[in-house]
Unconditional design. Structure first.
Ligand code: SF4
Ligand code: SF4
Length: 172
């Protein structure tokens, strides 16, 4: 799924990849009252099974990364499943395949360390809560984790400074 950051302000997009949470294990699946979201033995959190999903949207509210999207017409939750039809056959997910700058990259941790720059971290912090995920974020070398609260504070300060200088903020 792709979200637009702010159509009025920027053409930038935000691919909303499922992070395949490992600790806690898939909050989306934990709150599903009908066990519609299954997890494969290799830790890939699947889409809602259409024959089971009752459209309650619990998963939408439980996901810390804002991944599940509710399709009102279909009355079905939809989300990234790592293009499981491709990755289970040894192919890359489409987002990684299509990204011209390899900002989204597919491979294992050892391959990343050997081929790429930056520090890959699998812990994301939301205030007092942290989540360990199967997918990694790449952060500067001196950052031990991705701290979303700090990023939001930095973004707010940046916008305030830009506004004070009389310029329009490009993107939030
Ligand atoms: S919307 Fe569907 S998949 Fe999500 S929690 Fe409700 S029943 Fe489960
Ligand atoms: S990122 Fe969201 S949708 Fe993906 S496993 Fe975690 S809670 Fe579920």
């Amino acid at each position: 799924m792709v979200d637009f950051i702010d159509r009025g302000m920027s053409v930038a997009t935000q691919p909303t990849l499922c992070m395949h949470c490992q600790d806690p294990v898939a909050p989306c699946a934990q709150v599903c009252p009908v066990m519609a979201i299954l997890i494969t033995p290799d830790g890939v959190v699947q889409q809602a099974e259409p024959s089971r999903c009752i459209g309650c949207r619990n998963c939408v509210y439980a996901c810390p990364f804002g991944v599940p999207k509710f399709d009102i017409e279909a009355r079905l939750m939809k989300k990234c499943n790592l293009c499981y039809d491709r990755t289970s056959q040894g192919l890359q997910p489409w987002c990684a395949q299509a990204c011209p700058t390899q900002a989204i990259w597919y491979g294992d941790y050892e391959e990343f360390v050997n081929q790429r720059e930056g520090r890959a971290v699998d812990v994301t912090v939301f205030g007092a809560q942290s989540v360990r995920t199967k997918n990694y974020h790449v952060v500067p070398d001196d950052e031990p984790r991705l701290d979303v609260t700090l990023l939001l504070l930095e973004a707010e300060n940046q916008v305030a400074a830009t506004s004070a200088a009389g310029e329009e903020a490009w993107v939030l």
